[in-house]
Design a protein around this ligand. Structure first.
Ligand code: PNS
Length: 160
């Protein structure tokens, strides 16, 4: 049977333990998982695409079937280019659902052969977001339990 390749797209500005929880769960299910960092963003991210890729690579180094890459432009175009069959997204709470539904249905309209699969991170990460972690770090608050050690250091360096 053809190996199932899933793309996990996102801003990952920066990657949190919630994202990683989804990555580790998905790596057990799919043959290959490509974590795809969005390069061209409307809002200026805190970390460059290269920094975000480096942090993700550091945090997923032990997963042999996980690759980290960047993409620009339409997600479905990138999915086709990587010959993937699945778009993976994490859903935390019901508040994520509306946006995710809209995006999944639009992506299906653009590329009917690709399925969006949703996974739930562990409950302890259900309130965690990159935006909040950035804010707490920039205000000098504790972020140790929310991000891997390498990310914590980089956030601290940005907030100095
Ligand atoms: O982590 P995020 O910011 O919620 O990720 C959003 C992302 C990167 C998945 C989304 O913005 C995206 O796919 N952008 C690429 C452009 C695109 O394909 N837009 C149409 C999606 S319906």
């Amino acid at each position: 049977m053809k190996p199932i390749i899933a793309i996990y797209p996102g801003s990952f500005d920066p990657v949190t333990n919630g994202h990683l929880d989804v990555v580790f769960r998905a790596a057990k299910i799919f043959d290959r998982l490509i974590v795809a960092v969005l390069g061209n963003q409307e809002k200026a991210p805190l970390f460059t695409a290269l920094e975000r890729v480096e942090m993700l690579r550091g945090a997923t180094a032990e997963c042999a079937n996980v690759e980290v890459d960047t993409f620009d432009g339409l997600l479905v175009e990138y999915v086709r280019q990587r010959q993937a069959q699945v778009i993976l997204r994490g859903i935390r709470a019901i508040s994520d659902y509306e946006y995710e539904l809209q995006m999944a249905l639009m992506n299906r309209r653009l590329e009917p052969n690709v399925e969006t699969v949703f996974m739930l991170p562990a409950e302890r990460y259900s309130y965690l977001s990159s935006r909040m972690v950035r804010e707490i770090a920039l205000l000098g608050g504790p972020i140790k339990e929310f991000v891997p050690a390498g990310v914590e250091e980089r956030l601290r360096a940005k907030s100095r």
